[in-house]
Design a binder for this molecule. Sequence first.
Ligand code: PA5
Length: 529
Amino acid sequence: MSANPETLWSRFQRHHLDCPSIGLALDISRVPFPDDFPAKMERPIRKAMADMEALERGAIANPDEQRMVGHYWLRNPALAPQPEITRAIEETLAAIAEFTGQVHSGALAGESGAFQNLLVIGIGGSALGPQFVAKALGHPATDRLRPYFFDNTDPDGMDQVLAALDGNLGRTLVLVISKSGGTPETRNGMLEARAAYGRAGLRFAAHAVAVTGAASALHRTAIADGWLRTFPMWDWVGGRTSELSAVGLLPAALQGLDIRGLLAGAKACDVATRHPVARDNPAAQLALMWYFLGEGRGAKDMVVLPYKDRFELFSRYLQQLVMESLGKELDLDGRVVHQGLAVYGNKGSTDQHAYVQQLRDGVANFFAVFIEVLKDREGDSLEVEPGATSGDFLGGFFLGTRSALHDSGRPSLTLTVPDASAFTVGVLIALFERAVGLYASLVNINAYHQPGVEAGKKAAAGVLDLQRRVVAHLAAHPGESFGAEALASALGRADAAETVFKICTRLAANRRGVAIGSGAGLGARFKAP
Ligand code: PA5
């Protein structure tokens, strides 16, 4: 041990924050911040808390998009700054309950009988939260509907899901989730699912529901085609903070999960994390530790290690919540800052047999966030060795890894929760949402827009446009073959020879509009098939 156990114990006593109202404890004793750090950060964290207060009161906290940021109202509608928003949240909750009741009772059924499966089609904030919660709270023995996901435009990935649903599409409810209603991956997933229903001789509309913004392209399709139902998504809820809107609550309710518990946990955590004294506020403590460990510029990555299989997708969920929110080029004053906080992780103790070796002995470019879940399982456990269960081993591995990292000078924080209940999941979501908001204020950035995502979407649209022109050009010149450079020049895009090469090799591999006339590799010449 690098510090004697007494020193560690006394530091643990000083820096272990118990939050009994939400069943959470946060231990920051293994972060080596100096004693004067909290005092130095007093003013900035007070300002961050004031910013959060203004945000919750309905300030335009997303200035680039001129939007309010209202995910905190979702679990306490009375907080919303306008009565119409309160009403919209309450009406949506009632609509979710009513619709779910109809599905579960069989009053609303598919063309082959009562619904048994749920196919959720979405991406980013419209998939990661639902996936995390489905795994965290679901159970094959109790799920009312078994969840499946299309979260990409990978044809083979969709084929795998469709194969698992083969013969059961008539008992599968499809939820198409997209705030903007124009995300290509989600649109493609919807079209692929619709085609699969068609091949099975079923009417897609009789199995389809949309969660989307008013008047979006998806909304128009759902209305025009007579889908079963639509649920709203509002511009004052960001995609990555939408888990407690219809985006996350509808699939969870249909799966049979305790959405009231989720909302109650988040609401209680909001109360706990509005605490004005930073040392008693777990979200403020998290944000301050991120600031200290990453020197206010994301200098260290955050490795999230929950010791619970159910929380395996939490790090993926957090990866989006944190990195899409904090990864920004400009600060609120327009200065180039390249902010961010990289997040990865999976679960313990599994990861001890993967990358934890490097965490302990390799490059020291990270800090760990352990999540300890006290309850092992429902019911009694087998003793796998005298006096020790599998859960005891899991607990032992967690404590052992934490010590090993500490001994080699690697900092960590530990969150302890009692169980993997809906309440706890709601607490964890709300805790990190607020930590992100507070940290964004500390580093003076807008956490609620995503210009980089938009840039990627625009670039992809440009590639698809070029692809159409490549195919048209080859079709217009039958019998001729072109190297990538010549083809790009012929299209007036001499700057895009590499993109043209990539487009042609992929299309040729899929036998779609392009064939290889002669040559190979970079010397390949392309022609119409
Ligand atoms: O957090 C975000 O805003 C994004 O990650 C979106 O969730 C993602 O791009 C999907 O967008 P949409 O829900 O509009 O289909």
